[in-house]
Design a protein around this ligand. Structure first.
Ligand code: PLP
Length: 336
């Protein structure tokens, strides 16, 4: 692995902080819980997609693109971060937003991420729930190309072998920090969706023989599908960066028991996790990803699946802007 072989634009000052969550560790009485603050990647309130975009936008610039195209749900953090990076690099940005979450809630439909997309000047089109969104984004790219633009099309979540390099890099950064601090890590836990974050982390950690397990907490697909998606992408990334022998299937572990009724649908576990983080640590999680990821970690600690002697790093993937899309849900909780 030698990431300097790949075009990259620097978008934030690394490393992101690695901190112990003293209060949460005490209250849960279990493993030592640390947090890797990838919600602090600077660009338009940050998040995990900024790391992927360092390599995706790097490739776009190398190809002479003048326009980024991508897609996501209405409250997509990935779309918001892509729009911001396009603005910063002086590119145009066209995004397709899928009505993936069935709701008439004006907060969800107009506040949070989508408000920021508009503020940062994205050209937005909507698509019905269930659309093949990556195909729709490719079609949008073709349309723009036919009209004379030089678009670069980024898949949902920035999850392909190029975007996942951002999390190979994060794995390297995390191990360097841990080694500098003399901190032995047993496991990394994070929310997994479009699979690029987990695929990159697994390739980075396996490529270094770090002996650190990765657990993805699913937010959309059932476990067999999620693990297959992550493993498929991890194999591609391993080949791309030259990790010999590929990635063992057992290195990919997801738990998809915390999705609740569906993608972007709030759960009581998410409410508890978001509230605990806010009130015990002053850290803001998000309702769609990191809130459900942490709900999973809390439950697995309470059940003893993650042992009291472990040291766990929760990778905070960002998304707190999405809280504004769920104001009604949180207000119900205050009233109760
Ligand atoms: C996109 C996203 C994730 C999931 O990352 P993937 O690479 O899509 O699996 C997790 N948390 C937040 C806040 C996100 O926006």
């Amino acid at each position: 692995m030698h990431l300097a072989h790949f075009p990259r634009v620097r978008l934030f000052p690394a490393p992101t902080p690695l901190e112990k969550l003293e209060n949460l560790t005490r209250v849960l009485g279990g493993p030592e819980i640390w947090i890797k603050r990838d919600d602090c990647t600077v660009v338009a309130t940050g998040g995990n997609k900024v790391r992927k975009l360092e390599f995706l936008a790097g490739a776009a610039v190398a190809q002479g693109a003048d326009h980024l195209v991508t897609q996501g749900a209405v409250q997509s953090n990935h779309v918001r971060q892509t729009v911001a990076v396009a603005a910063k690099l002086g590119m145009k940005c066209s995004v397709l937003l899928e009505h993936r979450v069935e709701t008439n809630d004006p907060g969800y439909l107009t506040s949070g991420n989508v408000l920021l997309d508009r503020l940062m000047g994205a050209t937005i089109e909507y698509r019905p729930g269930g659309t093949d969104m990556n195909a729709a984004a490719e079609a949008k790219g073709e349309e723009l190309r036919a009209a004379g633009a030089r678009p670069y099309v980024i898949p949902g979540g920035g999850s392909n072998r190029v975007g996942a390099l951002g999390y190979v890099s994060c794995a390297q950064e995390l191990m360097q920090q841990a080694d500098d601090m003399g901190l032995k890590i047993d496991r990394v836990v994070h929310a997994t969706g479009s699979a690029g974050t987990q695929a990159g982390l697994v390739v980075g950690l396996e490529g270094m023989n770090a002996g650190v397990r990765v657990l993805g907490i699913g937010v959309r697909a059932p476990r067999p599908q999620q693990e297959a998606n992550v493993h498929r992408l991890a194999q591609e990334v391993a080949a791309y960066v030259g990790v010999k022998g590929g990635i063992a299937r057992e290195a990919v572990e997801a738990n998809c028991d915390y999705v609740g009724p569906g993608y972007g649908q709030p759960t009581e576990g998410m409410r508890e996790a978001v509230t605990m983080f806010a009130q015990l640590e002053g850290v803001l999680l998000d309702p769609v990803y990191s809130g459900k990821g942490m709900a999973g970690l809390i439950d697995l600690i309470r059940k003893g699946v993650i042992g009291a002697k472990e040291r766990v790093v929760f990778l905070h993937t960002g998304g707190a802007v999405g809280l504004y899309g769920y104001q009604g849900f949180f207000e119900q909780g205050f009233a109760a």
